[in-house]
Ligand binder design. Structure first.
Ligand code: CAA
Ligand code: NAD
Length: 408
């Protein structure tokens, strides 16, 4: 499957016909992501059902959808006579999963990042949804093949990875599990490509089912460095604000720590434990990070993470730096991972990586800069790997040789 804008390699007319019958979307999990996906789906005119395990979680999700739609209503962007409340009133709410999926055309789960829970959700959906229904997972990191191996029809299962906040971030990665059919990929793409966003959606196909897919995998090994830095900061009395400032660079909307707060450290912990099992033990979360999560400091969603969110987005000083690492070092680490993605065949061209990073994180990708700096960056990676004893940070052959430049 090529990764350009016109991605369809099969008969478009067949797929369009099926797509035109997609009416009912079921979103499972009414948290940060589920609420965002339900919001953009109801804005698009789909019939939407929102499922969670308790009504109070659904209520919380509905409240956040109302707030998001309210912002659009204030700007007159919902259309003539349409209000935030009128849209929210159309969302069906339930805690009965088996019943919710009975008439579904597309189901997407956004429950917590836990393999067993996701598998149990997929099993229930597979047993109760109609045979034409597509079953999608919004997992951040885990294998689509593993999550969906509990189903009888893995060909209709697919990864559909939205970015947070869903109404504002244009990236949606569509990820192929080992048995996902091409038709499923195309229908999933067609669905998400038309969901509203402030800029047009960018929907790359992820060609291999590897941990973290494209965008999250790019930022993954930054955590290997930051994990060391969190413990260093804790032992030396360095403030998290100064450490966050070390990671900031012009054009970045958020530093590494603030972004972690924004995503949720409970989620990030699961993700990094998964990378520790699948990519390298170097991802094993350290003491300071585990303590943050054990103390319930999940970030924005709990009101406190590295920073205090109880009064809204924290105002962080980017000028006073800790000076124990640099944004350029994080760029080098990211470029190295981009080269690994090319080596593994997850993407075919580094331009796709840069486009994906822009759409997913609102900042330029690093591969373009790597073309100029790969030799210096490879040396920086050798130095940091030796300094903190993390083999994973060593430059891969694709980066150190500069061969990635041929795969634009
Ligand atoms: N629906 C519709 N519109 C909304 C909205 C919603 N839910 N929420 C906000 N808006 C609108 C606002 O009304 C505002 O509109 P105007 O420009 O017309 O005033 C606009 O969107 C911007 O809103 P804010 O002022 O609240 O936002 P901001 O300018 O402070 O930017 C941000 C916030 C977009 C989050 C920005 O800081 C950013 O891009 N941060 C990086 C986010 C990021 O990297 N996300 C990826 C996380 S990783 C991930 O998702 C993958 C994973 O698997 C973990
Ligand atoms: P969240 O903690 O905000 O929400 C998860 C919701 O799932 C909760 O409301 C919980 O009650 C519900 N839930 C748990 N088990 C359930 C079950 N069996 N049935 C129905 N609902 C259940 O989490 P989130 O941040 O929205 O993340 C959800 C998924 O999306 C995870 O897989 C995560 O990795 C992924 N993701 C997260 C982000 C992010 O920035 N937070 C971005 C992209 C993808």
């Amino acid at each position: 499957m090529p990764q350009t804008k016109s991605l369809y390699t099969q008969e478009l007319s067949d797929m369009r016909e099926k797509m035109s019958t997609v009416k009912n979307i079921v979103v499972i999990g009414a948290g940060l992501m589920g609420a965002g996906i339900a919001q953009v789906s109801i804005q698009s005119g789909y019939s939407v059902t929102l499922v969670d395990i308790k009504q109070e979680y659904i209520d919380k999700g509905i409240k956040s959808i109302l707030k998001g739609l309210g912002r659009l209503e204030q700007k007159g962007k919902l259309g003539e006579g349409v209000t935030a409340q009128s849209l929210v009133d159309k969302i069906r709410q339930t805690t009965e999963l088996a019943d919710a999926v009975k008439d579904a055309d597309i189901v997407i789960e956004a429950v917590i990042e836990n393999l067993k829970i996701k598998q149990s959700v997929f099993k229930t959906c597979d047993e109760n949804a109609p045979s034409h229904c597509i079953l999608a997972t919004n997992t951040s990191s885990m294998s689509i093949t593993n999550i969906t191996e509990v189903t009888k029809h893995p060909e209709r299962c697919v990864g559909v990875h939205f970015f947070n906040p869903v109404p504002l971030m244009s990236l949606v990665e569509v990820i192929k599990g080992d048995k996902t059919s091409e038709e499923t990929m195309n229908i999933a793409k067609e669905w998400v490509a038309n969901l509203p966003c402030r800029v047009p959606r960018y929907v790359p196909f992820v060609l291999k089912d590897r941990p973290g897919f494209i965008a999250n995998r790019m930022i993954a090994p930054g955590f290997v460095l930051m994990n060391w830095a969190f413990d260093e900061a804790a032992s030396k009395g360095i403030s998290y604000e100064a450490l966050n400032a070390d990671t900031m660079k012009p054009g970045s909307p958020m530093g590494f720590l603030e972004l972690g707060d924004y995503v949720g450290h409970d989620t990030y912990l699961h993700i990094n434990e998964y990378y520790a099992k699948t990519l390298s033990p170097d991802f094993t979360p350290g003491l300071a990070y585990k303590k943050l999560v054990a103390d319930g400091k999940y970030g924005r969603k709990s009101g406190q993470g590295f920073f205090d969110w109880t009064q809204g987005r924290p105002k962080l000083n980017a000028d006073v730096k800790a000076g124990i690492l640099s944004a350029e070092l994080l760029d080098a680490i990211e470029a190295n991972e981009g080269c690994r993605l090319l080596e593994e065949g997850v993407v075919e061209h580094w331009e796709v990586i840069d486009n994906t990073m822009k759409a997913g994180f609102n900042r330029p990708g690093v591969m373009q800069d790597a073309v100029e700096h790969y030799e210096k960056w490879s040396q920086m990676l050798e130095d940091i790997a030796a300094k903190i004893g993390k083999e994973y940070l060593k430059p891969c052959e694709m980066l150190s040789s500069g061969k990635f430049r041929d795969l634009k």
